[in-house]
Design a binder for this molecule. Structure first.
Ligand SMILES: Nc1ncnc2c1ncn2[C@@H]1O[C@H](COP(=O)(O)OP(=O)(O)OP(=O)(O)O)[C@@H](O)[C@H]1O
Ligand SMILES: N[C@@H](Cc1ccc(O)cc1)C(=O)O
Length: 485
């Protein structure tokens, strides 16, 4: 993080914020353009979000103070943003490059910060980097990214736009939020004009001092390409363009974006002689091993149901360790800080029911990302798939998780009359028959969600759920879906 940003980092001295959600009206207006089904789901979600999780008081809450209190503020380009955002309605933007089909948990922080701006009466632009995605941001990357073909880029642009609009509950074009693609203005910019009009104002020594450039020059013999070096100017110019044409006053991003964001405020100062543009960064959400949640890292927590089912998404939050759950509630939900404080106290009390805080976290985040229907689907699957549950399993519920757990296909004759112990080994769920027998004795082997007590238990045709599928579980976590061919 650049020195200026670190200097402006402030301590948590702010009084309790008063939350007001003046955008309710515009969001409800835009709902009417949706299909009735979608409308109902989201309408309900908004009523719930705005009524249960949000205390509403004063006219315009200070979004910067709220972000700071919740651990969502890393740096500001100027402290003046605090007073400016209380006095007027600002337009804020956050950019995402289309390097994957959808967004992931790390990117959700930007969406949450945008949502806080919306809840405090500001408006937002989500920028999808159709142009910058062709170049590749070197920030935080040790190597130049592989180039993406146009088809992939376009598919990713559509996927990311859908994800953001679904989560934020608005139609593209409503005045409170718009999705723009920076290729729309970059496609007309000519190289010579760019060098003449913009490049002249960008100082190479300042560009070299950016963290993303310094790190690459220090850490690898190959350094970075001229194309990657130029990336900061592209993002800087985006901010300048949006400032001029869309009255965007604030750019937000993760702390790795500091150099690119300040490239924008510097350009605006030089080209427009204006100090009215601000940058705000939030801390990166890190995994327990200290690496950031990212789309190009392994095991991403995707925000689109086609890439990760609401069930699996919910399970992820349900399994967050106790040490992290309060921080996650603060960062990833809109539950009031008072209520989070109460949850924290409860966790320390004798009567605390294990995982209650995780359950609340999982519910809130799943509802925000997947809507009320997605949450209902996740809870239903969680209950039905719990070993020992009384809920009757149906094949749809099992199919719903088959993307998320190992599965195999077996013929009807291979399954009927086979012993559960044998099948759990031949499908690869358990490594040996002796391990399977041991687990059975400990009460940890399940067929569908019923415990198997008898070593000789054979599968009969009634065990095959809806004639199509079986679920084997070894303990609470390891499952195998068997599809009957
Ligand atoms: N783990 C994270 N925590 C908070 N913000 C994040 C995290 N990962 C990415 N972001 C933010 O999301 C925005 C878009 O980032 P970007 O498109 O580079 O995602 P990414 O996952 O880092 O992609 P890639 O892995 O391809 O670099 C940026 O503002 C970035 O700072
Ligand atoms: N550089 C950002 C994405 C972005 C692209 C263009 C912008 O104008 C803003 C942000 C990232 O990779 O995370």
């Amino acid at each position: 993080m650049a020195g200026a940003g670190a200097l402006l980092r402030t301590t948590f001295l702010i009084a309790k914020p008063n939350y007001k959600i003046p955008i309710t009206f515009s969001l409800f207006q835009s709902q009417s353009k949706r299909t009735p089904h979608h409308h109902n789901r989201r309408h309900y979600q908004f009523i719930r979000k705005f009524s249960s999780s949000q205390p509403s008081h004063r006219n315009r809450s200070n979004v910067v103070d709220i972000l700071e209190e919740r651990g969502l503020l890393e740096s500001l380009t100027s402290e003046n943003l605090r007073s400016v955002c209380s006095d007027s309605s600002l337009r804020v933007y956050c950019g995402f490059d289309p390097t994957a089909e959808t967004l992931h948990l790390g990117n959700l922080i930007g969406i949450i910060v945008l949502s806080w701006f919306l809840r405090c009466g500001h408006s937002a632009v989500v920028l999808v980097g159709g142009a910058t995605g062709r170049i590749g941001d070197p920030s935080g990357k040790s190597f130049e990214r592989p180039e993406l073909d146009i088809q992939t880029l376009n598919r990713n642009i559509a996927g990311i736009s859908d994800t953001v609009l679904n989560i934020l509950n608005v139609d593209n074009g409503s005045y409170s939020i718009r999705v723009l693609n920076n290729y729309d203005w970059w496609k007309d910019v000519k190289f010579l004009d760019f060098l003449k009009d913009v490049g002249r104002f960008a100082r190479v020594n300042t560009m070299m001092a950016k963290e993303s450039v310094k790190r690459r020059l220090e850490a690898s013999d190959q350094g970075l390409s001229y194309t990657e070096f130029t990336y900061q100017l592209l993002q800087g110019y985006d901010f300048f363009h949006l400032f001029k044409s869309e009255n965007v006053r604030v750019q937000i991003g993760g702390s790795d974006q500091w150099g690119n964001i300040t490239a924008g405020t510097e350009l605006i100062r030089k080209l427009h002689q204006s100090d009215a543009a601000y940058g705000l960064t939030f801390p990166l959400l890190l995994k327990s091993d200290g690496t950031k949640f990212g789309k190009s890292e392994d095991g991403a927590i995707w925000l689109s149901p086609s890439m990760l089912s609401p069930y699996k998404f919910y399970q992820y939050f349900f399994s967050i360790p106790d040490d992290d759950v309060v921080r996650f509630l603060r960062i990833l939900t809109f539950v009031s800080l008072e209520e989070i404080g109460e949850i924290e106290m409860e966790m320390k009390s004798d009567g605390y029911v294990q995982n209650s805080a995780q359950r609340r976290l999982a519910e809130e985040v799943t509802r925000f990302v997947h809507g009320e229907d997605g949450l209902a689907e996740a809870i239903k699957a969680t209950e039905a798939l719990r070993p020992g549950s009384d809920t009757r399993l149906d094949w749809k519920t099992i199919e719903g998780i088959s993307e998320d757990v190992p599965w195999c296909c077996l013929g009807y004759d291979e399954v009927v009359n086979a012993r559960v112990v044998d099948i759990s080994v031949s499908t690869g769920l358990i490594e040996s028959k002796s391990a399977a027998r041991r687990l059975l004795k400990q009460g940890g082997l399940y067929l569908n969600n019923g415990r198997v007590d008898d070593e000789g238990k054979k599968i009969d045709s009634d065990d095959i759920v809806d004639g199509k599928i079986l679920l084997l579980s070894a303990g609470k976590k390891n499952k195998m879906v068997v599809r009957i061919a």
